[in-house]
Design a protein around this ligand. Structure first.
Ligand SMILES: *Cc1c(COP(=O)(O)O)cnc(C)c1O
Length: 385
């Protein structure tokens, strides 16, 4: 057993990020400015996005996308119960009603056939989440959105660098929101990026910064002017140059960080492949998985230990883990507001109750991964049904 605690997902920050932040701090320009603009350009170029807007969070990007899509009271937005609360909360913020549908059992992503069945005359948008970094089945989702004139918003919090049928997630004209939260594949401590059509992003620039009509971030530089107009009551969702400084350097390491994630996944897969007491994450042939998470699902019928006790056993062996996610429909607010029962989404409920996310990050050494493997195999060995 290892003698120090292995954290689930620490940030992976190097001297380059530190130097870039210090450079911003010394430059006299610390909020939205030249580095934020450069980060947007470089991120857009990397994923092949038509345009990109750096924001304070992925949540901000999702909210901005819905507001720009004109989503409001009386509208319905179809989404998944297997996500972080932010995805669904922003639908509530617009006054629209989130309509949950169940997920596919292999990827835990929203099931496109159930999306089609859930469309009503009030449906305006579909919010798809690329769970763990495995892209949703986008073609059938795009088909149903095209047929019913719905906005497809993608929650890509886990999905850099992910590809669907050879194209990066975020390379289309529809709104796609990435997260640079501390635990995510690329971090700026807090931050996000909204990608989409140049027209949508141009509107996003206004809505995300107070509703100011033009280049608001230049107000305080020599080319700026004190004069501005307010064209809509906007939000305060801008990214700072200090965050962008971290992001610019993280982007340079992204390929290497992803390659390391893949190596670790291969190590886990090889070590767990023969265990009939657990189900391994899949990577469908038409995608590149971003491998944000390594979600192991226990086969409860083969084990004499609950998932929760399994997590405690891992903690006792100094292995940090997490669960992705507690299904949205089981939370007090959604239960009470919409009358959901746990069994309303049986696949989501079952997957979530059996899931444990193992440590997976570029700073994980082979030794660390082997400690995780030894712990998981040990607990299974001691607790067969
Ligand atoms: C982390 C996360 C978010 C929120 O990202 P922030 O950048 O913290 O706003 C949204 N959706 C999913 C699926 C996430 O995991």
């Amino acid at each position: 057993m290892r003698d120090t605690f292995l954290p689930f997902s620490p940030p992976y920050i190097g001297d380059e990020e530190i130097a870039e932040v210090v450079d911003s701090l010394r430059s006299g320009w610390i909020t939205t400015g030249p580095k934020t603009k450069r980060f947007e350009k470089e991120f857009a170029a990397y994923v092949g996005a038509p345009a990109a807007l750096a924001l304070s969070s992925c949540t901000a990007g999702l909210h901005t996308a819905l507001v720009l899509g004109g989503i409001g009271p009386g509208d319905e937005v179809i989404t998944t119960p297997i996500t972080f609360t932010a995805t669904v909360a922003v639908i509530e913020h617009t006054g629209a009603r989130p309509v949950l549908v169940d997920v596919e059992p292999d990827t835990m992503n929203i099931d496109p056939r159930l999306v089609r069945e859930a469309v009503t005359e009030r449906t305006r948008a579909v919010m798809a989440v690329h769970y763990g970094g495995h892209p949703c089945d986008l073609d059938p989702l795009r088909d149903v959105c095209r047929e019913h004139r719905l906005l497809l918003v993608e929650d890509a919090a886990h999905a850099v660098p992910a590809k669907y049928k050879g194209r990066f997630v975020g390379s289309g004209d529809n709104p796609v929101s990435f997260s640079f939260y501390a635990t995510k594949n690329l971090t700026t401590a807090e931050g996000g990026m909204l990608t989409g059509s140049p027209a949508m992003i141009a509107q996003g620039v206004v809505v995300s910064l107070h509703g100011m009509d033009r280049d608001a971030w230049k107000r305080n530089d020599r080319t700026g002017s004190w004069r501005y107009d307010i064209v809509t009551p906007g939000f305060k969702y801008n990214m700072t140059d200090i965050q962008a400084a971290i992001g610019l350097q993280q982007l340079r390491r992204l390929e290497a960080m992803h390659a390391r994630r893949r190596e670790l996944v291969a190590r886990y897969n090889a070590a767990f492949g023969d265990l009939d007491a657990c189900e391994l994450p899949v990577e469908r042939p038409e995608v590149q998985h971003a491998w944000h998470l390594y979600p192991l699902r226990l086969r409860s019928e083969r084990l004499a230990i609950t998932r929760d006790a399994f997590i405690e056993e891992l903690r006792a062996r100094n292995i940090g883990t997490s669960v992705h996610f507690i299904p949205i429909h089981t939370f007090t607010y959604y239960r009470e507001r919409y009358g959901y029962r746990p069994q309303d989404f049986p696949v989501a409920l079952d997957c979530s109750e059996r899931e444990i996310s193992l440590p997976l990050h570029p700073g994980l050494s082979d030794r660390d991964a082997d400690d995780v493997i030894e712990a998981v195999r040990g607990i299974i060995g001691e607790n067969r049904a």
